[in-house]
Write a protein that binds this ligand. Structure first.
Ligand code: PAF
Length: 302
């Protein structure tokens, strides 16, 4: 694996290794603090491309003034080991000055899909994400780029941007990896889980239990979003340390749905429906989402 710190060096490495044989390049954009969710992205990228670039950049543009930019976990040496073991060919870890030179004045703003939910709670967040993702896509020029479905709205924003701006890349969404540890079963893996103690992580698994409660009700035939969300709320109410930010059912365009019309919605569109939750627990903001139906039922429906 090669470790690269500047855009200029990255371009020269990418160009030098091109031998003329057909190549495909998979990009896995990350902010580091790599966990099994990231290694799953790398595994997919490895399986589908001849070379894999992992970017590791804690992007200041996507953090609000009172958010955790300074505290965000950083461990380049540890992440480099994980990336190398997972089969990454090039690790691109630029300092902030290489990505945002003085006088940097451009922003990518994606309207609509970026406005509600995290966009409303974290003003400017998705502009920061879209700006850095477009820069990374321009720098690496990958065939495919891999994003975790855990950040469902981020995935929607990136997909919209790529479509709108004709960026020649395939965006691949990879299902959320969840903890299988007995005390925190179902907890969506996130770099921010490192802020929580083992006991707090086990209590945070309430988010996934809440979404599963709504999924179970849907599987039992309920189609009103109000009832599905009430089932999730009841589960969330069991955790006293939780402050809810939002709980919603959205379609693939991030529009809230009041009910699910199975007759009038194609299986493909239904597969894009998501139950979303964001909450603050023990001072940490956590998000999660699930499709309306289980992955198995989803595959069977398509
Ligand atoms: O999901 C993340 O880790 C970040 O938002 C991303 C996509 C790497 C952009 O900084």
């Amino acid at each position: 694996m090669q470790l690269v710190h500047s855009p200029a060096e990255l371009l020269s490495v990418l160009r030098k290794d091109q031998t003329g044989t057909p190549e495909s390049l998979g990009l896995v954009p990350t902010m580091g603090a790599l966990h099994a969710g990231h290694t799953e992205l790398i595994r997919r990228a490895r399986a589908e491309n001849t070379r894999v670039v992992l970017s590791l950049f804690v992007n200041p543009l996507q953090f609000g003034p009172h958010e955790d930019f300074a505290a965000y976990p950083r461990d380049l040496a540890g992440d480099a080991r994980i990336a190398e073991d997972a089969g990454v060919d090039i690790l691109f870890a630029p300092p902030v000055s290489q990505m945002y030179s003085s006088g940097f004045a451009s922003r990518v703003s994606v309207e609509g899909v970026s406005e509600g939910f995290d966009g409303a709670s974290r003003p400017g967040h998705f502009t920061g994400v879209a700006t850095v993702v477009l820069k990374l896509l321009n720098l690496v020029q990958p065939t495919r780029a891999y994003f975790g479905e855990k950040d469902w709205q981020q995935l929607a924003v990136v997909r919209r941007m790529v479509r709108d701006l004709n960026v020649p890349v395939e965006i691949v969404g990879v299902p959320t990896v969840r903890s299988a540890l007995p005390h925190e079963t179902g907890l969506a893996l996130s770099s921010r889980n490192t802020y929580l103690s083992a006991e707090q992580r086990s209590r945070a698994a309430v988010l996934s239990r809440a979404l599963r409660a709504a999924q179970a009700l849907y599987a039992a035939g309920e189609r009103r979003s109000k009832a599905l969300l009430a089932a999730a709320s009841a589960e969330l109410a069991s955790e006293s340390g939780l402050t809810l930010d939002y709980l919603a059912l959205v379609d693939g365009d991030m529009n809230e749905r009041e009910w699910v019309d199975n007759e009038g919605v194609s299986a493909e569109s239904l597969a894009e429906y998501r139950l979303l939750v964001a909450a603050r627990l023990f001072g940490v903001r956590l998000i999660d989402n699930m499709p309306l139906i289980s992955a198995d039922a989803l595959t069977a429906a398509l």
